[in-house]
Design a protein around this ligand. Structure first.
Ligand SMILES: [Zn+2]
Length: 67
């Protein structure tokens, strides 16, 4: 997996799926910590950026990056 680029509002897949059975997370906050929200149940978690980069598998849906 070379594409480790991610942006706000992207939907990403993590290496480990959420216990609810969904493996699609929306990035809802970017900073020193990344906050992602489970698309299945709405649960959100905050992860340090470097840890997120390690745990993220790939970007499923890229947010519109046009400015
Ligand atoms: Zn969930």
């Amino acid at each position: 997996m070379m594409n480790k680029e991610f942006h706000l509002h992207d939907i990403v897949e993590m290496k480990k799926q959420h216990p609810c059975g969904t493996n699609a997370w929306k990035i809802i906050r970017m900073g020193a910590d990344i906050r992602i929200k489970c698309e299945g149940c709405g649960h959100s978690v905050m992860i340090p950026r470097n840890e997120f980069a390690k745990k993220m598998k790939k970007v499923l849906v890229q947010a519109n990056t046009e400015h």
